[in-house]
Design a binder for this molecule. Structure first.
Ligand code: NAD
Length: 314
């Protein structure tokens, strides 16, 4: 199959592109390198350094694709609060462009990355897909728009779409060290540097952490079986881990207790997150998730052997 991966220089996109290429597919990547790194792009794939907001370059990259995995976005809640229009353009308008470009394909199939942040203020746990969305940040609204455009393009234009709501994905190539770093790379980096781990709030907030290799397994299976769904689909495995518990596991893997520094909670962050994954299990039954301790070990290995600090995204 020929597969276009948007955001192929990013954390999740580079893993997806690599796995699809290793499985024998022709992979084309597109990324504007706004937060991605050229060094993440797997060797042996075609790569276009371009924005998905550039309709001409996007149309050229998508030509002949059997499937599109759309991961390009500005993926940060705090950045979206600072610059909501930029998040809207990249995440909502960008998705619209990808869906419009896909309409020109013979049998379009598009997987779109949404986010558990769409559940926002809705307190019900676990999160199942029929819960009301109550987004708390411009980022979450832009992801809700992206997934709903994808589902509407299924009904309106016959584009085969699948909108996955990712929960907290972590693993190698997720860069630590800048103000918007996701929590696991930030904690692993601080722990390896012997610094206290900065926790926003009391650390009892919980997340459904998903190892990037597990996300890649699910997406590869969905591409190969051209899976579609008329509703969004949670992509996580129903684990609920508080930050304090995650720090405990990280300390066990590293073989020492870790010092903590508690600061004020962040605007737009949700308190608890845990997926109901029955819909995912029915659509993609064979994937076994990587355990947190194992995923943390692989993340530590990458950060100690392969990661080098580079220019941080603005
Ligand atoms: P990432 O920042 O590593 O990857 C996003 C990539 O998109 C980057 O390489 C960036 O350069 C590229 N990009 C941004 N704007 C672009 C544009 N206009 N044109 C082309 N490329 C552009 O982030 P990630 O964590 O790999 O996230 C991938 C997707 O998963 C995003 O859609 C994100 O919203 C979603 N998601 C991620 C998580 C997570 O825990 N990492 C959780 C929920 C949803």
């Amino acid at each position: 199959m020929r597969v276009l991966v948007t955001g192929a220089a990013g954390f999740i996109g580079s893993h997806v592109a690599e796995r699809l290429a290793d499985s024998g597919h022709d992979v084309v990547g597109i990324d504007d390198l706004s937060t991605g790194e050229i060094g993440n792009v797997p060797v042996g794939i075609e790569f276009e350094e371009a924005s998905i907001l550039d309709e001409v370059r996007l149309a050229a990259a998508i030509g002949g694709a059997d499937s599109v995995v759309h991961l390009a976005a500005r993926p940060s809640v705090p950045r979206s609060i600072e610059e909501p229009m930029r998040s809207h353009h990249a995440n909502a308008t960008g998705t619209l462009n990808v869906l419009q470009a896909a309409r020109r394909l013979d049998h379009p199939h598009v997987i779109v990355a949404s986010s558990s942040s769409v559940y926002g203020a809705n307190p019900t746990l676990p999160k199942h897909e029929e819960l009301a969305a109550q987004p708390l940040s411009p980022y979450a609204v832009s992801k809700l728009a992206a997934e709903q455009y994808a589902l509407a393009w299924q009904q309106s234009y016959g584009v085969g779409t699948l909108a996955f709501r990712f929960f907290n994905v972590y693993g190698p190539r997720q860069a630590p060290g800048h103000a918007y770093a996701a929590v696991i790379p930030a904690f692993v980096h601080a722990a390896l540097a012997g610094e206290p781990l900065t926790i926003h709030g009391d650390g009892t907030q919980s997340r459904d952490f998903t190892y990037v290799g597990t996300v890649t397994d699910v997406i590869t299976s969905a591409v190969e079986s051209r899976t579609t769904c008329p509703s969004p689909v949670n992509l996580a495995f129903g684990t609920r881990t508080t930050l304090l518990e995650m720090i405990g596991t990280l300390g066990s893997v590293l073989g020492r207790p870790l010092e903590r520094n508690h600061v004020n909670p962040r605007a737009g962050d949700v308190a608890h997150s845990q997926a109901d994954n029955s819909l995912l299990r029915s659509l993609v039954p064979d994937v076994q998730p990587v355990e947190l301790a194992d995923g943390l070990r692989r993340t530590i290995d990458w950060m100690t052997t392969a990661w080098a600090p580079t220019t941080l995204p603005s």
